[in-house]
Design a protein around this ligand. Sequence first.
Ligand SMILES: C[S@@+](CC[C@H](N)C(=O)[O-])C[C@H]1O[C@@H](n2cnc3c(N)ncnc32)[C@H](O)[C@@H]1O
Length: 203
Amino acid sequence: MSSKLKSLLHKIKRRTWMKYALRGVGGNDNFERLDLAYSIKDPWNMDSPGEAARFEATNRIIEREFGTLDSLLELGCGEGHQTLHFARLARQVYGLDVSEKAIERARERVPGGKFAATDIFSQPWLSGDAKVDLVTACEVLYYLSDVEATLKRMSEIGRHCLVTIFAPAARRVGPHLDRIPGLRKDWIWHGGTVWLVCWWRNE
Ligand SMILES: C[S@@+](CC[C@H](N)C(=O)[O-])C[C@H]1O[C@@H](n2cnc3c(N)ncnc32)[C@H](O)[C@@H]1O
């Protein structure tokens, strides 16, 4: 079988799987099905040129806006593909994901990172007034039942915050972001795919 045909079959298999696994997952904290999605490796195809371009462009915006960081907490880190990129910017990276399977793979991918299989409300590292330099939520907000509460919690534990969303989803998630005082925006564009990047400062 040619490698082109092999990769086409792989793509069809992955997309069919995700159509099944993510049924009813949007906007309702369905942690069980998000973990189910990780029954295959790299279910969101994060190891692809398009996502690599998004990771690089996100890093450039973070460097431009915040410089080098001491600490960065990534909400919804998945298998750690973007965490690897963030680790170039921050001395210590923390990753949270509700999928235990994804977190196991993230630990292997980024040995210097600290990871926990939970959401932002149960994160195990920060208590009281302690904050990290930057909290990110890239391609995550679509899955939450209460976007507002998560954005608020991000602001409580991060000196700065940054999110990215796939542009077609801006209609649902955008209004929550627009309520944040001092919100700044930029775009990432790669091969016809567009992501909205938003960031804000809490101090
Ligand atoms: C599309 S992937 C994005 C992975 C990575 N942030 C990136 O941009 O490459 C979304 C991830 O968010 C996780 N997720 C969804 N809801 C979450 C929540 N409430 N808390 C933590 N992680 C969550 C999913 O399990 C999944 O791994």
